[in-house]
Write a protein that binds this ligand. Structure first.
Ligand code: SAH
Ligand code: SF4
Length: 471
């Protein structure tokens, strides 16, 4: 078994740099702690990375602010999955120029998937001279060293090293949420779906060790976390890189066996690796929520083949049927791409029929966005954007019908809900086991606790209910 870990020496060097940066910041800012504004775009994996970068910044002496105009360090942790995400980052970086003008000591840093791409780093280098620090996904653990170089030399630092030996254990994490925690179990992806940039910017799939994950899970439970979300680009192929099969179902069972009142979620599952053993484990584990996010991308087998997804419509539906057989109350959600190169309207209609057949509780729908370096970007793409937009709306309409029919069935049902917060309507809200948002009235003290809520008014995207005694 090879663990692609950062060596102890390399990690210790970073601990030394933490002390060095603390000293530099003291020299620069005196006793008043410098302020950092950090923002993460994109998926939960990126959010988890952002929490670790925040942990390192905190250790180095930064305090956090929500106001970029008063920040001494502004860091954007970026996403590359679609062009829209990248354009937003360019726009937001452009707006930082004025802060640099009023505060020349400000450090502007960009990291994450988008900047791991060479053409992006080049553009930042030439068109955004006020960006000081750019680093990719593989060197996040080196933030102390990179920041030290920036602060001590005053020069721009770019590090796009792409070395998969980058699993760094034992670093501080500054969690965004007081009782819900992300627990990454693997990084990278080996699947090379032809539309997707992730394997190109995140590198090959590499799992953390079983023991490291269990240690983290135990610590989270001991710290009172009520929800643990296991994360991986392809969470259910965890351990395959160690040559072990079906390690993910075992991990679910072992975390489920930890004593304590908490629940377990995981994402993202790839349909090709969604085995019966995994579904059986879900069904057996009372702490694993009844929600499966199983991105199908398309309902047409020919399109799926060209997407390099390694399953077809029939195989996907077989998995869904087995999942519902062992968990009749399972809620299933999915990602779908509309307008993959070469997709015809007839093929797209297969997606609509699949959406109706599966009966998803929710869908994340995306218009295809060509990504540099992926095979999809070189495929003929004759359908016009306005036609694709029309298909997109057809899909949304179909899903709205499916979702409202599903939510109508919840009327009068009682769910266990982890109370998350008070929403804009001033009501408490939280998710049921199937990950559907429920809102209801109640006191603030319930936030962070489990309650039972009976549905009184099911709307399409949210369920309204009332607190109730356990049934
Ligand atoms: N690893 C996860 C998700 C990766 S990205 C998985 O395999 O499911 C999240 C979603 O973004 C994908 O499921 C896909 O639906 C969408 N996506 C990825 N690349 C895209 C692209 N080039 N254009 C449009 N949507 C894309
Ligand atoms: Fe991208 Fe496919 Fe890997 Fe998901 S499984 S990250 S969509 S290449």
């Amino acid at each position: 078994m090879t663990v692609l870990a950062v060596s102890n020496e390399a990690l210790n060097r970073q601990f030394e740099y933490i002390t060095e940066v603390q000293r530099l910041l003291k020299d620069r800012y005196g006793e008043e702690a410098p302020k950092a504004f950090t923002h993460t775009y994109g998926c939960q994996g990126n959010v988890a990375d952002g929490e670790r970068i925040d942990g390192l910044l905190e250790q180095m002496g930064y305090e956090f602010t929500k106001d970029p105009s008063e920040a001494d360090l502004i860091l954007f942790n970026t996403c590359a999955v679609r062009e829209h995400a990248e354009e937003r980052v360019y726009g937001n970086v452009g707006r930082l120029k004025k802060f640099k003008e009023t505060n020349p000591g400000l450090i502007i840093a960009l990291c994450g998937c988008m900047v791991q791409q060479e053409h992006v780093a080049k553009r930042l280098k030439s068109n955004f001279p006020y960006v000081d620090l750019v680093f990719g996904t593989h060197v996040q653990y080196k933030v102390p060293e990179l920041l030290y170089r920036c602060l001590s030399s005053g020069e721009r630092v770019f590090d796009l090293t792409a070395d998969d030996n980058d699993i760094a254990e034992g670093l501080a994490t500054r969690r965004n949420h007081p009782f819900k925690a992300f627990l990454p179990i693997s990084y990278g992806c080996n699947n090379f779906c032809t539309f997707c940039v992730v394997p190109h910017v995140r590198g090959r799939e590499r799992s953390r060790t079983y023991e490291d994950i269990m240690t983290d899970a135990r610590a989270l439970v001991a710290d009172g976390y009520k929800e643990i979300m296991l994360l991986g680009q392809n969470v259910n192929s965890f351990g395959n890189d160690f040559g072990e099969e079906e390690l993910f179902p075992k991990l679910l069972r072992d975390i489920n066996d930890l004593p304590g009142d908490f629940l377990i979620r995981f994402m993202t599952s790839h349909p090709k690796d969604c085995s019966r053993a995994l579904l059986d484990a879900m069904a057996d584990c009372e702490k694993v929520e009844r929600h499966l996010h199983l991105p199908v991308q398309s309902g047409n087998s020919e399109v799926l083949h060209r997407m390099n997804r390694h399953y077809d419509r029939e195989k996907y539906l077989e998995t869904i049927h087995y999942a519902r057989e062992v968990m009749p109350d399972l809620s299933i959600t999915s990602d779908i791409i509309v307008g993959f190169p070469g997709e015809t309207h007839e093929q797209f209609l297969d997606t609509i029929s699949l959406v109706r057949e599966v009966g998803y509780s929710a869908l994340y729908t995306f218009l295809y966005s060509p990504r540099v370096g992926t095979p999809g970007a070189k495929m003929p793409n004759p359908v016009t954007p306005s036609e694709k937009q029309q298909w997109f709306e057809e899909l949304q309409f179909a899903q709205e019908q499916v979702a409202s029919a599903r939510s109508a069935e919840t009327l009068g049902k009682t769910y266990r809900v982890l109370v998350e917060s008070r929403n804009k309507a001033g009501r408490l809200c939280g998710r049921n086991s199937g990950n559907t948002m429920i809102e209801f009235d109640g006191p603030d003290e319930l936030i962070g606790n489990f309650v039972h809520v009976t549905i009184t008014e099911p709307l399409t995207w949210i369920l309204k209910g009332e607190l109730t005694e356990r049934v």
